[in-house]
Design a protein. Structure first.
Length: 186
């Protein structure tokens, strides 16, 4: 876990709310992939400790890269590499923003996320009903709203997610070469 990882109780409560208050109460099939981190010595599957309805399938060991192919909507709180897997399917992404769990680096980046994705702020009361409401929008209407965010999303992808154009290996080699040259001059 990174130093910005949530405390175990916060992470558990957030996931419990997603499963019980939202996904249990929507008329959609849900594939739920918990992030594979071991936070506690005894960490049973949610299906063993929560009463989940039949519309929810917990997927444990499947690689998300392959699961995303079947998704019509993706809900994530990841702003790490998982986010790139989410956006390349060009499926509506609902980003769960939190100042306690993987906060974004700046207000500018938060604004770009809000203009690029559907963002639910977990720090605000009532976020569960906002997410449930968003998931209840007819799919064609959601796609229309998603497509309206395309231009800014492409800017976010190009400026922040993909990074500069060109060959990363050549850039890295040049960077290392510069460090070696500086060191050799000393």
């Amino acid at each position: 876990n990174s130093i910005t990882s949530p405390i175990a109780s916060y992470g558990y409560q957030r996931e419990k709310n997603l499963l019980l208050k939202i996904y249990n109460n929507i008329n959609k099939k849900v594939l739920y992939k918990p992030y594979p981190s071991q936070r506690l010595l005894y960490q049973p599957s949610y299906s063993k400790i929560l009463k989940l309805k039949s519309n929810i399938n917990l997927v444990g060991d499947f690689d998300f890269r392959y699961m995303r192919a079947v998704a019509d909507i993706i809900v994530t709180d990841s702003n790490y590499s998982t986010l790139s897997w989410c956006i390349y399917k060009n499926t509506p992404v609902i980003y769960l923003k939190s100042s306690m769990c993987y906060p974004l680096l700046s207000k500018k980046l938060e604004k770009l996320f809000e203009d690029s994705f559907f963002v639910i702020n977990l720090d605000k009361n009532g976020w569960e009903s906002k997410l449930k409401e968003l998931l209840s929008i007819p799919f064609n209407d959601l796609i229309t709203k998603w497509n309206l965010k395309r231009e800014i999303r492409l800017k976010l992808i190009n400026d922040y997610i993909l990074g500069p154009e060109g060959n990363t290996a050549f850039r890295a080699a040049g960077y290392i070469n510069n460090i070696v040259n500086k060191f050799n001059r000393i």
